[in-house]
Design a protein around this ligand. Sequence first.
Ligand code: TAP
Length: 504
Amino acid sequence: MNLADLQAAVGLRTPIRHQLFIDGKFVDAESGETLATLNPHDNSTIADVALAGRADVDKAVDAARRAFPAWSRMAAADRGRILLRLADLIESNAEELARLESLDTGHPIKDSRALDVPRTAACFRYFGGMADKFQGDVVPVEAGFLNYLLREPVGVVGQVVPWNFPLMFTSWKMAPALAAGNTIVIKPAEITPLSTLKIAELMSEAGMPDGVVNVVPGLGSVAGQVLAEHDGVAKIAFTGSTATGRRIVTASAGNLKKVQLELGGKGANIVFEDANLVAAVNGSAWAIFHNQGQACIAGSRLMLHERIADAFLEKFTALAKSIRLGNPLDAATEMGPLTSAQHRDRVLGYVGVAREQGGEVIAGGKAPANPELARGCYVEPTIVRAKGPQDRIAQEEVFGPFVTVLTFKDDAEALAIANGTAYGLGSGLWTANLPRAHRVARDLKAGMVWINSYKRVNPGSPFGGVGQSGYGREMGFDAMREYTQVKSVWVNVDAQIPPWYPRG
Ligand code: TAP
């Protein structure tokens, strides 16, 4: 099917953008190379997308450098106004964006409509409002001197976005960086570039000056690597795997650029014996099965107090088996395909790993039998009881609809298991005991803790991890700090003559 027919077939009113976006224009790659982005529902080609190489990244960085002086000196309120207009445009193009995201990633359309698109608009709106409210400081120093602190943008920022939430993560990366006065070169994942390119188009419509935002879809090992190494880039912000995060740190060393990393996780979701079981079962299913488990904060280690484990698992398994898998563009679908065939195979590979280590597959563990889904990247909701907390399935990030069940006997053991991985991103706990809730939240090694809930995010609330989950925070005032650097200015207000060499 050609692109125009496909657009009509999936109900898109506007063209699918499939070129690089550099200096305010959609252009082909210098090499003319393209890479097909696929619909994970049936692995059919959606579009051949321009593939950025070194020359294209150089051009994009150059455009961003040229745009930086005017953008960084523009009145902050005017920068904010453009982001606020963009938020409005995202809302008026909501259905278009939701369909595009579902087509390219496999997100169920009801999630794209209810979560991805509104959260993207909310993020741009929050930072649009923040632009003229994030201010410097005055330090009370010695008499006769004024010391003030400027929060200045760092310059050209390279941003690398993964494939699991491309639209939303584009906003998390772009919005604070732009509000703070930086210019951007962003590389979406090669398998999900379409929604980021659409945002670039809407940016122009919102009045974004040319060169402030540049989008370079391309291979991570080429375009991503060049961006991370680039001497013209002052900061690199990355979301993705811990292994690639390490490569980014090494690549950044040449010009000692700032680095911000949001990496993997192995979220502990702890259910104590006094929890409201109905809420905990429902919330724990959401924690792991939303977005097919492809979330760094997924509650992928389900830790159950041994007294309630059997009752909990009975309800949880019944719920998991009832989740409706199907075409992401069908409004009744509750779980779509994984985002690529390669990733589906990786996730299914962990079922073998689990069995080898004595794990018990309680539900799923395979592709669905439904022949309508046979060409797609589907995996059934999978529940596996591990033999122990050191098993690979209890330590490594599977990043799929695959939850590892562990049990514990008391709070101390729960904390020891929860804190017993290299990661420290999101975690949750379910209990009716208030002191216990706060005590455990305090003692968890994590960047985020949800009490009697899971996976809440908000543009005002800092998001990020500790340990191998990375460093730096997205969202909130912390994100503005990440995208600025402090300049300390000293003023000799009393015009004092320095006393060091008194010569009369
Ligand atoms: P990654 O390799 O980390 O990919 C994430 C992003 O980094 C993509 O845009 C990728 O580009 C880019 N990239 C790859 N190599 C790079 C390099 N040398 N320099 C700069 N950028 C580079 O993840 P993956 O291989 O797709 O997935 C593997 C595992 O990573 C998953 O199973 C999951 O465990 C984890 N993961 C975590 C997250 C989050 S939210 N923390 C997101 C995705 C994956 P291309 O895709 O275009 O190559």
